[in-house]
Structures are given as structure tokens and as C-alpha cells.
Design a protein. Structure first.
Length: 214
């Protein structure tokens, strides 16, 4: 078993859940964002969440969601965490934590050293940080673009809360990413897909094995 905690995001089928379970992942991510090829309806997300084994944290990824949508999601889907992947302010993060009583992970896009202070700000209000690659200007998706960032930017850095590395991770590069950054948690979506939104069980297994073998 790897000592690195894995999150597989953008799950969409029963076979995805089985692959995540076999890989020993710590988190299963469900996407609620219509522009994403990984978007789920709330009833479908409920079905998949109920199939997720005990001990695997169920995470809902939302982008600038209002209370009405969050009420609907949290009312129907058994969740362990909310992941805010939009431009939510620190104040909004605090509001959501207080309203729903769930741990909140805030995604922060990193493209240069200028983006690092935001991690400090959000680290004071969120329960976890997702350190992701900053999306290109004009991109439809705030994450899941298969892009990495310069890992040297965060090498040796620590924040007030646990954090997770994301952005362009694959079975081929995840061991190096962990070595360079010191990450204890990693998040992958497009890096274990055969096509946008289509998870590949073999790649999920290879991703987990790369961390075990490092």
C-alpha cells in the first residue's frame, strides 16, 4: 500500500468505482459542472456514491456553485467533502463550511510565484488545499485540462492545512512529482483516461502502482 493518498476525480460508472477501490484510493471525486465531460446528474452521483466502499471519502467538485445547487447536491448525495474549484472567495469558503458542516477543499491554480500567496489565504479558511495547474486563459474548465505546472515553485513549501497536488499527473510522472514537491496526497483525472471523461481501469492501477514502486 502506498503511503501517498490518492484521489481519483471525475468518476462516472460502476467500473470506475471498482477500479478506485482496487487501487486503494483514499478519495473518489464526482464532478458537478455542466461544461465538463465528467459532469454527473445528481441522481447518478447518488447511485455511484452509494456504491463507493466505506473508507473512501466521497468528494463533490463544484465551480462557483450557489446555495441552491449545493443544497440539492448535499441533500441527495452522501458526501464526505466539498471541493470548490472556481473563483470562490475566502469568505465564500467560510460560508460553505458553516452552512453544510462538511470539510471543504479549495482548489488554487498555480502558474507562477505570483499565485502562491493565495494558497496562504485559502489555507486559513479551508480544511484542505488542492494545488492545481492554472488553466489557460479562456479555458472552459478550471481543472482536468491535463496540464502540469512547474513543481519547483512549491518544492519544500507547507501550508496551514493538508494539501493535495493536481495538474497533469499521469502514471509516468507521478512518482517524480511527489519526489520534487514532497506531496503526501495526489489528485488525478484526465491522466487516467482513455478519452475525455472515460476512465481507464488499467491506467488507474498503473497510477497507484507507480506510487507504491517509487
Amino acid at each position: 500500500m502506498s503511503d501517498i493518498r490518492i484521489k481519483i476525480c471525475g468518476l462516472g460508472s460502476e467500473t470506475d468505482i471498482e477500479a478506485v477501490s482496487r487501487a486503494g484510493a483514499a478519495y473518489a471525486g464526482f464532478v458537478f459542472f455542466p461544461k465538463s465531460p465528467r459532469n454527473l446528474t445528481i441522481p447518478r452521483a447518488r447511485e455511484l456514491a452509494l456504491l463507493t466502499p466505506p473508507g473512501v471519502a466521497k468528494v463533490a467538485l463544484v465551480v462557483n456553485a450557489d446555495d441552491a445547487l449545493l443544497d440539492e447536491i448535499t441533500g441527495a448525495v452522501p458526501l464526505d467533502m466539498l471541493q470548490l474549484h472556481g473563483s470562490e472567495s475566502p469568505e465564500r469558503v467560510q460560508e460553505i463550511r458553516a452552512r453544510y458542516g462538511l470539510p471543504v477543499m479549495k482548489a488554487v491554480g498555480v502558474g507562477s510565484a505570483e499565485d502562491l500567496p493565495a494558497l496562504e489565504r485559502y489555507g486559513r479558511v479551508a480544511d484542505q488545499l488542492l494545488v492545481d495547474a492554472k488553466p489557460p486563459k479562456g479555458a472552459d474548465l478550471p481543472g482536468g485540462n491535463g496540464l502540469a505546472f512547474d513543481w519547483r515553485l512549491i518544492a519544500g513549501r507547507r501550508w496551514p492545512v493538508p494539501w493535495m497536488l493536481a495538474g497533469g499527473l499521469t502514471p509516468e510522472n507521478v512518482a517524480l512529482a511527489v519526489q520534487m514537491t514532497g506531496a503526501r496526497q495526489v489528485d488525478v483525472s484526465s491522466g487516467v483516461e482513455s478519452a475525455p471523461g472515460v476512465k481507464d481501469a488499467g491506467k488507474i492501477a498503473a497510477f497507484a502502482e507507480a506510487l507504491r514502486a517509487r
